[in-house]
Design a binder for this molecule. Sequence first.
Ligand code: PHE
Length: 449
Amino acid sequence: MQTGQRDSFGSRFGVIAAAAGSAIGLGNIWRFPYVLGENGGGIFLLIYLLLVAMVGIPVMLSEFTIGRSTQRNPYGAFRRLAPGQPWYLVGMMGIVAAFMILAFYTVVAGWTLEYLYQALVHGFRGLSSQQLNDMFDHFRGGTFRPILWFLIFMFLTAWIVVAGIRNGIEKYTKVLMPFLFVLILVLDVRAVTLPGAAEGLKFLFKPDLSKISAETILEALGQGFFSLSIGMGTLITYGSYIGKQERLGNTALNVTIADTLIAVLAGIAIFPAVFAFGIQPDVGTGLVFKTLPLIFQEMPGGYFFAIIFFLLLSIAALTSTISVLEVIVAFFSEELHLTRRSATLLASSAVGVLGIFAAGSWGWFHKVEMLGQNFFGILDFTTANILLPLGGFFIVLFVGWFMGTDRVRAELSNDGTIRAAYLPVFLFLVRFVAPLAIALVFMNGLGWI
Ligand code: PHE
């Protein structure tokens, strides 16, 4: 595809919906609560918020800057900005991370479809907490169903991506995101009025300083990167479709606020129920699937809300999987000169193969383990806690020290047509604060210092 005919977002709301759609996903509603549950509750939230402000926003804005100024996929963007230098490896790493994330993430997205189906056929009716636990473990440990749902979800993702930016990604996210927001609010109201809700809210909001540890901080950083979709070029890719008149600083801020808000709202929907029903908050990846069906049984109209919830969880996942697939598709089509159709087919087939193994992590493929993690866990840990922070580290270094202040200023001020008074603060963050914070957390979390 020639640069001149490049597809792009058609409206301001479309940009926010697509980028927030990428950021808001299973990371907020499924991953955030269980990681918080495993890492001491309130203290995790506090560290998380700090890291999002100090590191998350600078990385996101850096990605938008790189993307919009080059109009290229992550690999091509670095090639263009730093010809003949090894920076393109950062882009490459992002493409690899995209494959890995898509493979495990779409598996969980597949679980949401199974649960949507169960909600429709009254599959949770009358089940106790223990029975719901077993139901989830049994489903996830099976062979056929997790793979089938995964493949269906992969197909849906490819179907939207193949339609392009404006007529695919933007068109769907614009409708789906507002819908998601309303639903989560409804669930919150129900959750906080449950008897015993206060205990859950305390767990979420009251920091217990004794629970702080190097791992907690690394997990918070990893969760921040994962949730904001940063560190691997998703937002370089989306940034490359943002129009020249948009304010990148505002966009980054709005997307970050929306993402963080939804994560907190998801915590408010989940922890009161977890405590009200005596479930342990640290059960891990199954948390949402095991607890929410219990709440639905307790609420008037629960049948209806369960359907809507799992539908919306699938939707949140879908607006994220399309953004990850788009990274690979943009790379294939621009660098290998494939048509959008062939690029999508190739990318989704490759991910399809990897994902079949990830889907089997609790069943036929469970014997493959590393450091006590199954294949799914390996993909999750390596991407969120290693590849994304590493990518983010190089992205901020690049924008802070190598891209050139003039170029960065031109991009953030739309060639001098708008004020970007925050520029000095931004430069300070990307030059010093963010790289240092990432390096420290990273080395500390891995036990190197
Ligand atoms: N941010 C998404 C979520 O929270 C996941 C994601 C990670 C999407 C990385 C794109 C890139 O669900």
